[in-house]
Ligand binder design. Structure first.
Ligand SMILES: NC(=O)c1ccc[n+]([C@@H]2O[C@H](COP(=O)([O-])OP(=O)(O)OC[C@H]3O[C@@H](n4cnc5c(N)ncnc54)[C@H](OP(=O)(O)O)[C@@H]3O)[C@@H](O)[C@H]2O)c1
Length: 246
């Protein structure tokens, strides 16, 4: 081995020792894996070489994600069902979301109480790393954002709960989600208070989430994300690496 490759190996080992980011050997639990964002998150994790446990309320939907994914059945409205899916997990990525204002699949039950149940289950199972998708408008003042029929106040509660959980968290709060391929236009990452309303591709959100998982510097951060055509498509990677802590 040349001097240069010895130095590189030593540097790589040092980096591994310095980081708490899950290794590729660890299993990553994706809650909401069957959703429109969840599927893209699963695909991005697989591309990075992670083992993925895909959680759904339906065994059939979880299994439909294809080979290379470990299907797991649980329902966040039934906290007891979460213990098994947390076993042996290196990190949790939550992309769950309610579909209606009220009821057992409503915003309060899923976006707030459901994420709270996931956070509690992660703590019980000693899973330290937790990343979640919320919404750029969560926590904003104003009638539209604080109305209990809207998802935003519930997502804001989940954000605060995670921020105070003691877990190594990253919160990703997108603008309006749309479905275009990743990496074609720029992505603006900003602290939560600087949120500007705007659309963002689910694929870009998935890339940012998986890049955050792999970069411990994003621990303790809450970022909003929208697409921004004035930025270079890859420029967000540098912003991510220097993102200010909460
Ligand atoms: N739409 C927007 O413009 C927008 C903007 C900002 C933020 N967001 C947020 O971004 C996130 C992702 O949105 P999306 O549109 O990609 O999601 P989506 O397609 O609606 O998927 C939602 C996921 O949540 C899971 N889920 C729902 N209830 C559950 C429960 N009781 N237990 C376990 N899993 C449950 C579903 O899994 P199963 O059905 O397989 O169980 C599904 O995989 C959501 O939190 C959403 O609120 C959306």
């Amino acid at each position: 081995m040349s001097r240069m490759s010895r130095a590189f190996t030593a540097w790589a080992c040092l980096l591994i020792l310095m980081t708490n980011a899950p290794t590729r050997a660890e299993t990553i639990l994706v809650a909401g894996a069957t959703g429109q964002s969840g599927k893209l998150i699963v695909a991005a994790l697989l591309r990075e070489g992670y083992t993925v446990r895909a959680m759904s309320r339906s065994a059939e939907r979880a299994a439909s994600l294809g080979e290379g994914v470990i299907p797991a059945v649980a329902d966040v409205t039934d906290p007891a069902s979460l213990a098994t899916v947390m076993e042996g997990v290196g990190a949790v990525l939550s992309a769950i979301g309610g579909r209606r204002p009220i009821g057992s699949n409503g915003f309060k039950a899923v976006d707030w109480e459901g994420n709270r149940a996931l956070i509690d289950a992660a703590k019980t199972a000693h899973v330290k790393r937790f990343l979640v998708i919320t919404a750029g408008s969560a926590g904003r003042d104003g009638f539209l954002y604080t109305l209990p029929l809207a998802p935003y106040p519930w997502k804001a509660k989940a954000e605060a709960y995670l921020q105070n959980s003691g877990l190594d968290y990253t919160i990703i709060a997108p603008g309006g989600l749309r479905d275009e391929p990743a990496g074609l236009i720029g992505v603006r990452l900003a602290p939560k208070n600087d949120y500007i309303v705007g659309p963002v591709n689910r694929s870009d959100v998935a890339e940012v989430m998986v890049a955050s998982l792999m970069d411990d510097r994003t621990i303790g951060t809450t970022m909003t994300i929208i697409n921004d055509e004035t930025l270079e498509p890859d420029a967000w990677r540098e912003t991510l690496s220097k993102f200010p802590k909460d």
